[in-house]
Design a protein around this ligand. Structure first.
Ligand code: FE2
Length: 415
């Protein structure tokens, strides 16, 4: 039987008694009823984008990550582009709405937030987790009061019919879906008509050719972690909820005092290597926005959530350890990709001595997601350096303030 409580704890952030009590009770019960053994790795990552944005986004991912365009699934009102590296890391499903007037639940999640509403169909949706017995997993999760979309709902939403899809989390607004698949079988998504679209293929091949030409193709690895931002009061429940939905364990939390925020890490109980199943990170402010005028502390994380809604903030892509053209790989990758017109929010930060270097790209104009590059040196297996996280959080906050001002300026012109 799995032991989800057998991992060492990291970090310095103190949790509530509620959290510590239910962490043990939830994971003990999850192991005991067999859910930990039935639920495996993250099999796919689902993103939705606005009409007309998908081809450029696929090209952006093809340049900035190791992903390849595989096929497009066409349904009545969506195209779903499948991107893959191989069967040892999750797929990306980039779902494009055909008609801007289409309304749906994922759009609604964006619409009440001032910046989120500006690209109403662009957001991270959630993950598909591989399971070995879909029926048992859904039955067990329903007993634990998790709610699922019905088969009718899935048809209306135009999501793969072989998935069980949970309702969006009240804390993260992300979904978790389950797909049954034995490890030696290929991933299949039961949705619409499948074809390789000429226009997507052309943009993908051009991006891959460029990636090869600038010699970053051999330096990029799969996704290392996925970082979600939530309201300050939802930090602990967001973590416990995700642990209940997955087979992840609680790795630990660090207080990032400089930015009045914390970084909270969960990892797969089955696979130590994040590249096989990315770590899930939750970031939350330490204090809610309405005490800012008393505390006078920076609050970039809470501000992000108020502007975009709770949602995924960045996808971190690992960079191979080593050097290229006389530079550390991450420095080379960032230099080469920024020469192609992609912006980064700051310089590469961290050091070999601290164990890792990191950087944030600007938010994608297509998905609103930031790409983080992270290079770990030698045998460093820590997750991050506190100073790095503070610096990254600050830089993303500055960029976002800018977007907020731009949005306000456009709004006042509209009036
Ligand atoms: Fe990160």
């Amino acid at each position: 039987m799995a032991n989800s409580l057998g991992f060492p704890r990291h970090g310095d952030k103190k949790n509530s008694e509620f959290f510590e009590e239910y962490l043990i009770r939830l994971l003990e019960e999850r192991d005991r009823v067999g859910l930990t053994d039935l639920i495996h790795e993250i099999d796919a990552i689902m993103i939705t984008v606005d009409p007309g944005s998908a081809i450029e986004y696929v090209a952006e991912l093809a340049l900035m990550t190791p992903y390849h365009y595989l096929v497009t699934l066409e349904s009545e009102s969506h195209w779903t582009h499948v991107l893959r590296i191989d069967m040892n890391s999750p797929d990306f499903l980039v779902r494009e709405v055909k008609d801007p007037s289409i309304r749906g639940i994922f759009r609604s999640l964006n619409e009440v937030y001032p910046i989120g509403a500006r690209k109403p169909n662009s957001r991270y949706m959630g993950e598909i987790l591989r399971v070995t017995d879909l029926h048992s997993v859904v039955e067990l999760q329903q007993e634990r009061e998790f709610r699922f979309f019905s088969q009718d709902d899935l048809r209306r939403l135009e999501m793969p019919g072989n998935l069980a899809v949970g309702k969006p989390s009240p804390y993260t607004h992300n979904i978790v879906a389950y797909m049954e698949r034995p490890l030696d079988e290929i991933r299949v998504y039961a949705l619409g008509m499948s074809s390789i679209r000429g226009d997507v293929q052309e943009a993908y091949l051009a991006a891959k050719e460029l990636q090869k030409k600038i010699q970053v193709d051999d330096l990029l690895l799969p996704v290392d972690h996925l970082a979600t931002r939530v309201y300050s009061q939802n930090r602990e429940v967001a973590i416990l909820e995700y642990l209940s939905l997955s087979s992840y364990y609680y790795w630990g939390s660090y207080d990032i005092k400089d930015q009045n925020s914390s970084t909270n890490v969960t990892k797969s109980a089955h696979y130590a290597n994040e590249l096989f199943s990315p770590a899930k990170v939750f970031t939350a402010n330490n204090t809610p926005y309405f005490v800012n005028h008393l505390e006078k502390l920076p609050s970039p994380t809470e501000t992000f959530v108020r502007n975009y809604g709770p949602r995924l903030h960045h996808v971190a892509v690992a960079v191979k350890d080593g050097e290229h053209a006389g530079m550390e790989n991450i420095e080379y990758v960032v230099k080469s990709i920024s020469e192609q017109g992609k912006d980064f929010l700051l310089d590469v930060i961290g050091s070999k001595e601290e164990g890792l270097k990191q950087i944030f790209s600007s938010a994608s104009e297509h998905s609103s997601l930031i790409i983080e590059y992270v290079q770990r040196f030698g045998d460093f297996d820590g997750f991050f350096a506190k100073d790095n996280v503070a610096e990254l959080t600050r830089a993303a906050g500055v960029e976002e303030e800018l977007l907020e001002l731009q949005a306000e300026a456009t709004d006042s012109r509209d009036d």
